[in-house]
Design a protein. Structure first.
Length: 138
């Protein structure tokens, strides 16, 4: 598989790896930032009725909380409700919000760091594979 096809595989594999790596790094940085500067609050979980165009499965509930300056903010949960970690309607969850942009939230204990590390590892793997293919094929 040399020539143009091999070059395309190397380029697209390498670019895809870079994108996955950067997505993981940005996600991890955002988690660290919110843990550092985020204001801790308890948020009320509110179930929402999914619209026909909603494709999220399972649908993410709404989280409602009050900021330090008294504003009531309602955001979609960054994590879904699962049987292992339910977000029951009417329940409360601890979260941290960015005081500069209260729509940026982090549900405490549900940071999904393994997912971000997975993106980093996948991205690095794809870049390394693309480099090996570039040396072997091209």
């Amino acid at each position: 598989m040399g020539g143009t096809a091999g070059f395309a595989v190397v380029v697209f594999g390498g670019l895809g790896g870079v994108v996955a790596y950067l997505a993981g790094v940005v996600g991890l940085r955002e988690v660290r930032r919110l843990r550092r500067v985020g204001v801790p609050v308890r948020a009320l979980v509110r179930e929402r009725v999914p619209a026909p165009e909603d494709r999220a499965s399972p649908p993410r509930p709404l989280l409602q909380f009050e900021t330090e300056d008294g504003r009531v903010v309602e955001v979609f949960s960054p994590v879904p409700s699962t049987p292992r970690h339910p977000l029951p309607d009417g329940g409360y969850v601890p979260l941290r919000y960015d005081p500069a942009d209260p729509r940026q939230v982090l549900v405490e204990g549900r940071e999904r760091r393994p997912l971000e590390y997975g993106f980093v590892a996948l991205g690095l793997s794809m870049v390394l594979i693309a480099l090996v293919l570039a040396v072997v094929v091209l």
